[in-house]
Design a protein around this ligand. Structure first.
Ligand SMILES: [Zn+2]
Length: 121
């Protein structure tokens, strides 16, 4: 999982827990307790999801590690991929994951380049 997404989920989860606590403390109406309970559940669920994801990523053998590395290597791909036709650098937004491989579409000349076909110079 991308670190930014992880932090965002944790941030949202903490926000939900905080709001849930406020609703529970405010109390009074049954609806407030219900909303508070739901927010707390959502917060714990999100934290649990991130925690489980962390565990899975840490425990998975080779293949998953490879996938994680691929997902996290956007900057490396951005630096390495050049258009084979006009030599223009392909930005990360031009690169998409298609049928298991990375495919870059040149924003200048429209040539589609796959990472596998990239010459190793
Ligand atoms: Zn090009």
């Amino acid at each position: 999982m991308h670190i930014a997404i992880k932090l965002l989920i944790i941030f949202v989860a903490l926000g939900a827990l905080f709001m849930g606590a406020i609703f529970l403390i405010a109390g009074g109406l049954v609806a407030n307790y219900a909303i508070g309970a739901v927010l707390l559940l959502v917060g714990f669920a999100l934290l649990g999801y991130v925690y489980m994801n962390e565990r899975i990523e840490a425990n998975r053998p080779l293949q998953q590690t490879f996938n994680v590395t691929m997902a996290g290597s956007g900057e490396m791909v951005e630096r390495k991929m050049l258009c084979r036709s006009c030599g223009a650098p392909l930005e990360q937004k031009d690169v998409t994951l298609m049928s298991g491989g990375l495919v870059g579409k040149c924003p200048y000349c429209g040539t589609v380049t796959t990472l596998e076909e990239q010459p190793k110079w």
